[in-house]
Design a protein around this ligand. Structure first.
Ligand SMILES: C[S@@+](CC[C@H](N)C(=O)[O-])C[C@H]1O[C@@H](n2cnc3c(N)ncnc32)[C@H](O)[C@@H]1O
Length: 356
């Protein structure tokens, strides 16, 4: 019997549409192998997702553990490969985990990455780090009680593709020049020549204004007291107070907000970097649908998949208007759920220029 992460069984169905997106209710493996997934096969520019992490303590959506987790994540490699275009990308955010009862990190995240890469025949185009300096010190036993470890404050973002050169353009994600670079562009003078790192800096290498600096692969959560420590070219992802509209919507409608939302700017960064207007972005483990909201705000089409009905309901609050399908589902001969054309439109968020 296939081991499932909660909730137990869900018949794949359409949950709602927005101007550019479609929210699907169900498990990714079921949705993508059903008729609902057919139109997207081979048409996706970016799979951007944060699957349940390999935790040693269970979260609300009941993460798998140990080898079962590695096998579970690996089982999606071929499914996602079929979904993306030959020049498409997969970006997955996965956190660290620790061995139960020991001050030792689990290698599960790394094992999962290797297994996924191998199973899908993917290249690891680049690894990114999302550093959240405001994270509470954990694992508490080793960090705050015994004081023998440092707080675990980052997650991995793995950018993978079947192609060594998937679609990407760092000019879409430039960050502001540092004060030093702005001065240099103004004065047009600097010390060229060899650096201790053995790099040779040409006499005119830095004189062109490219409208911004190329960001680094360390993405940092902003709005914290630690901001000042960030190097000038890291992407800062302000999120601390950014979920207000979503949370308000959940509160008003009696839904529990998703406990593991990512900052919307994390999704925005990769969507801008790896896709163009009107491209298709899919989040197969969508949770509160941060990815869909980011895609919609950047004029990309999106599809999200989530089995937990409450998270799907709450995610409606991320959009100014959603269109619901007819209440009744028809069932095809093969048992797949099929929904009639959406008919009911519902106002949700306050405006399309909302915070997420
Ligand atoms: C880490 S959360 C994603 C959070 C999301 N990025 C956000 O910002 O809200 C992972 C989600 O995957 C969902 N999930 C678990 N197993 C799944 C499966 N087989 N298919 C699709 N979604 C699944 C969980 O219900 C959970 O909401």
């Amino acid at each position: 019997m296939k081991k499932k992460i909660e909730p137990d069984r869900v018949k794949p169905s359409k949950a709602f549409r927005t101007k550019l997106g479609l929210s699907l209710h169900g498990f990714a493996e079921d949705v993508l192998s059903s008729k609902l997934g057919d139109p997207f096969q081979g048409n996706v520019d970016l799979v951007f997702t944060s699957p349940p992490f390999p935790l040693n303590t269970k979260k609300k959506y009941d993460n798998l553990q140990g080898d079962a987790y590695v096998a579970w994540l690996k089982s999606f490699a071929q499914t996602f490969k079929k979904l993306i275009k030959p020049t498409g990308s997969i970006v997955m955010e996965v956190g660290n985990s620790w061995e139960p009862g020991k001050p030792v990190m689990s290698t599960l995240a790394l094992e999962s990455l290797l297994a996924f890469l191998k199973e899908g025949g993917f290249h690891l185009c680049q690894q990114f780090i999302w550093h959240n300096p405001a994270k509470l010190p954990s694992p508490a036993q080793w960090v705050t009680i015994e004081r023998i470890r440092i707080k675990d404050s980052y997650t991995h973002l793995w950018w993978m593709s079947p192609n060594e050169r998937p679609k990407a353009d760092n000019r879409r994600v430039l960050v502001e020049y540092s004060a030093a670079m702005n001065r240099l562009l103004e004065t047009k003078t600097y010390n060229s020549g060899h650096r201790p790192s053995q790099h040779k800096i040409g006499a005119s290498s830095f004189l062109t204004n490219n409208n911004g600096a190329i960001p680094s692969s360390v993405l940092v959560e902003a709005d914290t007291e630690h901001d000042n420590n960030a190097p000038s070219n890291v992407i800062t992802l302000a999120n601390t107070h950014a979920s207000t509209d979503y949370q308000n919507y959940c509160r008003e409608h009696g839904h529990e907000p998703h406990p593991a939302r990512m900052p919307i700017r994390l999704a925005e960064f990769f969507i801008k970097f790896l896709t163009e207007t009107n491209d298709l972005v899919v989040d197969p483990f969508a949770g509160s649908n941060t990815t869909g909201a980011a895609a919609e705000s950047l004029s990309r089409r999106w599809v999200s998949i989530e089995p937990n009905q409450l998270y799907v309901e709450g995610s409606k609050g991320r959009f100014p208007k959603v269109v619901l399908p007819k209440a009744s589902t028809e069932t095809t001969a093969s048992g797949n759920a099929r929904l009639s054309k959406p008919v009911k439109s519902v106002k949700c968020g306050k405006s399309s220029k909302r915070k997420h």
